[in-house]
Design a protein around this ligand. Structure first.
Ligand code: UGA
Length: 437
């Protein structure tokens, strides 16, 4: 059976490779010819090594290929998964233009197909989009009726960058929102080999599940940041505090790590999009507004800690380690490194930055700061250092690197270092939520 996946980004390629590994024939579609070429040569357009390895195997075997011809690919498939990006417009509203283009092509394919094709929205879209925006595009463009001539489902994904394939192959849950029973049953049987818990819902609930999940994660992170900011002022280390909070099964241990805030292509834009969506219904979500404000302000906490230690930042050389939105990825979308560095520059600091994988992407965002080609080069002569992303190699910071600094002040913006190791290596350790001296 052939499955078509539209959008060759993180979600699309993780979905495509997952179905390829489950034994289906997969066609990935993208309007970007460069991306299509890259996929067909078994290379990912982003850094995600385990996914790339499996992609290469599937391409070699001939069970996964990419094309720019979405109409032909959908016509020859039983399922069409929409996995295009849904970024924020400047107002915070969700940008549905890529989804509109993709569904326009699917509609053309549906028009000439005699098969019952199931269209599956996997892109994160605000509640009612699939029913009130996508469905009319499909019905008008094809002259057919959803739920009778073709199927319509909403099947959100919960994968994290850095563990995309594992999260897609072993999802915490499979949510199947469907317009009609038949398409829901067909989608459920597609996942038969994956033994994760399932939940069947309507389209709108499935859309909301994704937003409720991501805004909860954003809340958990912001809560941790708040506890950490209080602890540091009270002379307490937030680490055992948050660890103990997470030992309560009603809370759970994950996503309680304080830092300079949440970034990436999902959490910030999903908080904004849901806030905008409910505002259209006359509801002002104070909680979501506060989350965004807290997250905007959190990088300042790292700057404040640094200033407390070394005084006026004017003309001081500050090393920023980690430019990606988190360690282990090369994605710089909504990375906290931008507000952090902007804040340092506003205080007239001289910034030198380094990231093991994301530097090329970041240079496009901030072309004028100084970049180093290694951790040591970055730290050489620095009056202070801020860790912005939790790359494993930063955890190895020791005497060698710290002795290169002019003043050995380390601000751990992700709480990924061991304070005792830094202190033993002659460094002054400061961290988000670290109130001990
Ligand atoms: C996020 C969600 O975690 C996924 O479940 C979801 O499927 C995905 O968005 C999506 O909607 O597609 P991702 O964007 O890969 O995944 O990033 P996360 O791992 O969630 O990290 C987001 C940000 O929060 C990063 O900047 C990270 O450093 C920060 N973070 C995370 C913390 O500050 N503290 C934590 O405890 C965890």
């Amino acid at each position: 059976m052939r499955i078509c996946v539209i959008g060759a980004g993180f979600v699309g390629l993780a979905t495509g490779v997952t179905f390829g590994k489950l034994g289906y024939e997969v066609v990935c579609c993208d309007i970007d010819k460069g991306r299509v070429k890259s996929v067909n040569s078994g290379t990912l357009p982003f850094y995600e090594p385990p996914l790339e390895k499996e992609l290469r195997i599937l391409v070699k075997k001939g069970s996964l290929a990419a094309t720019v011809d979405t109409v032909a690919a959908v016509k020859a498939s039983k399922f069409a998964f929409v996995c295009v990006q849904t970024p924020s417009l400047p107002s915070g509203r969700i940008d549905l233009r890529p989804a509109k283009t993709a569904c326009g092509s699917i509609a053309k394919a549906l028009k000439y197909s005699r098969d019952y094709i199931v269209v599956v929205m996997k892109s994160t879209v605000v509640p009612s989009t699939t029913d009130l925006f996508i469905r009319p595009i499909l019905e008008k463009g094809s002259g057919k009726t959803a739920g009778r001539d073709f199927g319509l489902c909403m099947n959100p994904e919960f994968l994290q960058e850095g563990s995309a394939l594992k999260d897609s192959m072993e999802p915490t849950r499979i949510i199947i929102g469907s317009l009609d029973r038949r398409s829901g049953d067909m989608l459920e049987s597609l996942y038969a080999k994956i033994k994760s818990p399932r939940l069947r819902t309507d389209l709108r609930s499935a859309e909301m599940i994704k937003y409720a999940s991501n805004t909860f994660l954003a809340t958990k992170i912001s809560y941790s940041n708040e506890v950490a900011n209080m602890c540091v002022r009270l002379g307490i280390d937030s680490e055992p505090v948050l660890k103990a909070v997470g030992m309560d099964p009603r809370v759970g241990p994950l996503f309680l790590k304080p830092g300079v805030g949440f970034g990436g292509s999902c959490l910030p834009k999903d908080v904004r999009a849901l806030k905008d969506r409910v505002r259209l219904e006359g509801y002002e979500s104070r909680m979501l507004s506060t989350l965004l404000k807290m997250n905007d302000e959190q990088p300042r906490e790292a700057i404040r800690l640094l200033e407390n230690a070394i005084g006026d930042l004017g003309n001081k050389r500050i090393a920023v380690l980690g430019l990606a939105f988190k360690g282990g990825v090369d994605d710089v979308r909504e990375t906290r490194a931008v507000p952090l560095i902007t804040g340092l520059l506003a205080k007239r600091a001289r910034v030198v930055a380094y990231d093991p994988m994301a530097m090329q992407n970041f240079i496009r965002l901030m072309p004028t700061i100084e970049y180093a080609s290694s951790v040591s080069e970055c730290m050489k002569g620095a009056d202070g250092c801020i860790i912005q992303a939790d790359w494993p190699q930063f955890r190895k910071l020791g005497k060698k690197e710290i002795s290169l600094m002019r003043a050995p002040v380390i601000v751990d913006g992700r709480r990924c270092l061991d304070p005792a190791t830094i202190k033993r290596a002659g460094g002054k350790y400061l961290g988000i939520g670290y109130g001990l001296q």
